[in-house]
Design a protein around this ligand. Structure first.
Ligand code: MTE
Length: 323
């Protein structure tokens, strides 16, 4: 990833959005018949994404994933939707306006590779099949900032079950859209688009691996990866690819976007570890963008060690699984 050139004190002052406020706001808009179009515009100042699925939200929170760790507040909707990484739309954090150019309806998704049930279906059909829930997760970017947000979505494991991988499938490869007419950086830049990420099959079926379709009780805004993005909260944020259009089950480890763009700096696993520095900066601490960049100590596996440590037992605990 490019060096961090932007200090984080430019962030607007903002308190976390109290849960009762965002839930009420959503229910009131629904009752008024304004729905997601009005709500999205009112909340983000941008065009809403996935208006056809707005009736699905808000969804019930799964209390097993509600802990924010040490009483840390959730990051406000305003900050979570205006401080983003989305290289298809630019390399600054202010990509939300550009990202509105992405057409997200229709959004065909292909599921294929080593599976018994290959399929192509529209995002709307997929999301309506899936058991939706809300989870509050921490997100730790490799650039040493972090936030806490309530995502809506479904466990990736449910999609894996539906695809029914064969015994040869060892990895899941997730590919984002390639539409240079809408994402001009895909024409201009030297980056190896489309954005690709990957997980071992056991990682993809871990309880925490979550396919995100909403945020703060709303369909996912475009700048956050509409209509569908991944979150694997024990790994650095660059593993969480946005705008996913293809999911393949494969035998070989996929080469990811960042493994191609910066092979000396980014590996496949990217598990959060405060003791393993990036080649150009420390990972020991992080700046909480929801609290005006307040410094915090980074936790092993971003605080999710109990849930994921067993995925890596018996492996080299050095740079391998943390790079
Ligand atoms: N997905 C795509 N397609 N393109 C990107 O540039 N950036 C990643 C990830 N997913 C990125 C992406 C990085 S580096 C981070 S930290 C998270 O998105 C940021 O997610 P957020 O903007 O919702 O906070």
């Amino acid at each position: 990833m490019t060096p961090i050139i932007r200090p984080d004190w430019w962030l607007p002052e903002s308190a976390a959005t109290d849960e009762s406020i965002y839930r009420n706001r959503r229910e009131i808009l629904k009752a008024l018949g304004i729905g997601s179009v009005g709500a999205g515009l009112a909340l983000s100042g941008g065009l809403p994404a996935g208006a056809d699925t707005s009736d699905l939200y808000p969804v019930d929170r799964n209390p097993s994933y509600a802990a924010t760790l040490n009483g840390r507040p959730m990051t406000s909707y305003e900050i979570a939707t205006t401080y983003n990484n989305y290289y298809e739309f630019g390399t600054s954090k202010k990509v939300s306006a550009n990202a509105q150019k992405l057409t997200t309806e229709p959004w065909p998704i292909e599921i294929g590779g080593l599976v018994n049930n290959p399929m192509t279906l529209d995002f709307e059909d997929l999301v309506r099949k899936m058991p939706l829930e809300e989870r509050v997760y921490r997100l730790r970017c490799v650039e040493a900032w972090s936030m806490v947000v309530p995502w809506s979505g479904f466990p990736l494991r449910e999609l894996v079950k539906m695809a029914d991988p064969t015994s040869d499938a060892k990895y899941v490869k997730l590919t984002s859209f390639l539409r240079p007419d809408e994402a001009r950086q895909q024409y201009r830049s030297r980056w190896p688009f489309p954005y690709v990420e990957g997980l071992e099959l056991a990682e993809a079926t871990n309880d925490l691996a979550f396919m995100v379709t909403g945020l703060y009780g709303e369909p996912l805004p475009k700048q956050n990866g509409a209509p569908m993005r991944l979150t694997v909260p024990w790994k650095y944020g660059f593993k969480h690819n946005k705008g996913i259009t293809r999911i393949d089950f494969v035998a070989e480890k996929p080469t990811t976007f960042w493994m191609t763009a910066g092979p000396a700096e980014y590996g496949f696993f990217a598990n959060v570890n405060p003791e393993v520095p990036h080649r150009r900066w420390s990972q020991a601490t992080e700046r909480d963008i929801g609290r005006r960049g307040q410094q915090m100590e980074t936790q092993l596996y971003n605080g999710y060690a109990a849930q994921v440590e067993s995925l890596y037992t018996g492996r080299d605990s050095g740079r391998d699984i943390f790079f």
